[in-house]
Write a protein that binds this ligand. Structure first.
Ligand code: PSU
Ligand code: MN
Length: 309
């Protein structure tokens, strides 16, 4: 069951008006700001994302939980707070939202939580950076069962998630298999290969393809009439920001070693890995991260504009 709008799910007046008038709205997540980017830079990115969505003709709805209230659409002050508190905020997947709301806590929402809250608010399009997926077991281990709840939520919430694929720290073939099991269409945007976040291709074929926002909107509309699951639109990082392959492989190997020596598991894996990339790449990964999420926000807005009745 998805959350129902009520006193604990508050939409900003701007988002509520836009939805009531049938205008285009794009949901944005907050975990990528709080746990994926350093304080300071995260506010620049958050502001740029919202501006990008507006420039493309849609209304941005950044999602977070503040003081026990699930918010869809943040004021500038609320956005600043999410960015300033950064990693001190809880990282809230969908299972964590109910407890956070009931106990009056504050936190940033992951893809899983954002997709579900957006859907509850009546928003069909959500743009982010990378999707969670099936984690590779550490060497020697059998199965960790660390499968992101992002996949479970996409299985049953009809949101379109625009992202740049998943990071190569994940088991990408397994992630694509789980999406297939759950009837989630995966479209490559102007590509036949599934992207891997910092890199334009994972080397794996993508099951479907779309070449313009109108095609994506048509697929989304048809899918939502026929199935309950979500959709994934995989938009490769802009070419000029793609990370050099050798640099990427080195950072990844170092990051995985760091996870192993520090014994990092579960929801801390992605934040620790991202931080390693950011510090060890001298900012290259930050620029890449910003470029891809901005491109996804623009594409999400273009699709949302096409969806309008
Ligand atoms: N991938 C990224 N950057 C991120 C995340 C994933 O490249 O910031 C965040 C997203 O919020 C995603 C979450 O929903 O991590 C997945 O976490 P987990 O694997 O713990 O479910
Ligand atoms: Mn996990």
């Amino acid at each position: 069951m998805t959350p129902t709008p009520g006193p604990r799910l508050a939409m900003s007046a701007e988002v509520a008006d836009a939805l009531a008038e049938g205008r285009a709205v794009v949901a944005l997540e907050s975990t990528l700001l709080s746990h994926g980017l350093p304080p300071g830079r995260n506010l620049d990115v958050a502001t740029r994302l919202e501006r990008t969505v507006r420039d493309a003709g849609a209304v941005p709805a950044t999602v977070a939980v503040l003081d026990g209230q699930a918010l869809v659409g943040l004021s500038p002050a609320q956005l600043e707070r999410v960015c300033a508190e950064g990693p001190e905020l809880d990282k809230l997947s969908l299972r964590d939202v109910g407890p956070a709301v009931a106990l009056g806590r504050s936190g940033a929402t992951t893809v899983a939580a954002t997709a579900a809250l957006a859907d509850a608010a009546g928003i069909a399009v959500f743009a982010t950076g990378g999707l969670g997926g099936v984690h590779l077991p550490p060497p020697g281990a059998a199965v960790t069962w660390d499968v992101s709840a992002d996949l479970g939520v996409l299985a049953r919430v009809g949101t379109l998630v625009v992202c740049s694929g998943v990071k190569s720290v994940l088991d990408i073939p397994a992630t694509l298999e789980v999406l297939e099991t759950h009837s989630v269409p995966v479209l490559g945007y102007r590509t036949d290969e599934f992207p891997a976040f910092y890199r334009r291709s994972s080397g794996l074929p993508v099951p479907g393809r779309a070449d313009d926002p109108a095609q994506v909107a048509a697929v989304l509309t048809a899918h939502r009439q026929l199935a309950d699951s979500g959709l994934l639109l995989a938009n490769p990082i802009p070419e000029e920001y793609e990370m050099d392959g050798a640099l990427h492989d080195r950072l990844l190997a170092e990051g995985l070693e760091l996870l192993r020596t520090r014994g990092v598991t579960g929801s801390d894996v992605t934040p620790v890995l991202l931080e390693h990339f950011h510090t060890a790449s001298g900012g290259v990964s930050l620029d890449a991260n910003e470029a891809l999420v901005v491109a996804n926000a623009r594409l999400g807005a273009e699709v949302a504009v096409e969806l309008r009745p």
